[in-house]
Design a protein around this ligand. Structure first.
Ligand SMILES: [Zn+2]
Length: 129
């Protein structure tokens, strides 16, 4: 009785593989479920739909293949702020406290000016990469 009414995995009746609410196969997800994982459907077509009844009305949600989903490109303002903050932290020299245009090289742990300024005259490191 539990909604065999919408069960149509081959799409013979609905023209699109159709599942009941909560019975969608693994590997398929709604746009919203993908978004929760930082993904969007990308350019893929709708793979299937789920149908269910709620208060007498048929509701529908489209399903996409999770393996074809792509990471969201647009960063939210909060994500951008976090990125900027991370950038500032990585581009501020711990030795002189200056904000630089570049990431402070990890191997030196300070900016190029500090590195070149004679603190390291005893260290004649070869730049290999
Ligand atoms: Zn510095």
């Amino acid at each position: 009785m539990y909604r065999a009414e919408f069960d149509d995995p081959t799409g013979a009746r609905f023209g699109l593989p159709t599942f009941n609410f909560r019975s969608a196969p693994a590997g398929l997800a709604t746009r919203r479920q993908l978004a929760a994982k930082g993904l969007t459907p990308g350019r893929q077509d709708i793979a299937a739909q789920i149908l269910w009844r709620r208060r007498g009305k048929v509701r529908c949600a489209y399903l996409y293949r999770e393996d074809l989903a792509v990471p969201k490109r647009e960063a939210t303002p909060a994500q951008l702020a976090a990125l900027l903050k991370a950038w500032a932290a990585n581009a501020t020299c711990p030795s002189c406290g200056q904000g630089r245009e570049y990431y402070i090289p990890r191997r030196w742990g300070e900016c190029l000016d500090c590195h070149d300024s004679g603190h390291h005259t005893t260290e004649t490191r070869e730049v290999t990469a």
